[in-house]
Design a protein around this ligand. Sequence first.
Ligand code: APR
Length: 358
Amino acid sequence: MPFQLIHGDITKIRCDAIVNAANESLLGGGGVDGAIHRAAGPELLAECRTLGGCRTGQSKLTKGYRLPADYVIHTVGPIWQGGRSGEPELLCSCYRTALSLAAENGLETVAFPLISAGAYGYPEQEAQRIAVQTIAAFLETHPDMTVTLVIYDGTPDRRRSWYPEISELLDRAGKSGSGQSGSAFSGAQKAAKPRRRLFRNMNFAGAVRKETADTAAEIAADAEYCMAEPMPAAVPASLKEELLHADESFTQMLLRLIDAHGMTDAECYKKANIDRKLFSKIRSDIHYRPKKATAIAFAVALELSAEETEDLLRRAGYAFSPSTPFDIIVLYFIKTGNYNVFEINEALFAYDQVLIGA
Ligand code: APR
């Protein structure tokens, strides 16, 4: 997967280069800087002394010494001063210069901590947003690189507070681990009853797509009804079209949709956060059976509706379920029209779910 988020300690990551959140002296400090110097050993500091420091927003390369990583890229993030002193641009420059330095030196696997989000006081959500967007943009033109954002403090609740609507959906499904009990959609079922007829001719995904203004809870409640009783298959917009492709494999449907959407293969697999080599494997195997997260990544890249996504999933032997956090979160983004695979992965990461892509 070209870009992923993980929980962990960056000093333990085996890759071509880990990035250090250093200060302009490059002579070590606390936080991740201190951890990297401790793990690398004194030779790292000795080499840093020869570099003559580093300006904020810039990056410099050293060996990794006793670290599992071969190299360390030292970058200096901005100190947060309220956001009006060029901090966003400087933080963006940290990721861009570090990745450029890696690419120039043929380093293909890079791991970052969340630069400036510790002692330098950068608000974590904004720091993560800049990291994700800058890394994703860089990977657009460097499809052979793999980048990991390593989040050290495993306190998921803070990240979940960034997604109040998703938390509400998951709480109602009793899936957010917030101690809420009760059935998936308790309390909202009565509200959904009058509307049940509305979904008579839709499957779950179609129903979710249809309701644009509903509260999260009502949508979830309707979904329950849609799954509770066998619904007649949705009457597809063009029955002939549907029948024409009724027995398509996953690969056949994927390749047809890529063409139908006027996308190139590369545009699609990059937007899906799918590795180029894996895409080639899928393209050459008409019976390829992807993981569910891979199939959904392609649906997101193609910006399919919930119903079309369900059809593509079916070709790979999967279906949506309104009671799993992963499906609820993915459907929330599809229904709200946000097809940014990296933003979807930030939310999935906040709820300890599998990320989409491969
Ligand atoms: N692995 C991954 N991430 C880590 C680790 C680790 N072992 N240790 C800390 N972090 C995370 C923090 O949780 C934070 O999200 O790194 C992020 C950056 O925090 P800091 O290390 O405090 O770096 P920063 O905010 O950029 O401040 C840099 O602090 O340590 C000094 O010398 C450094 O002066 C510089 C300043």
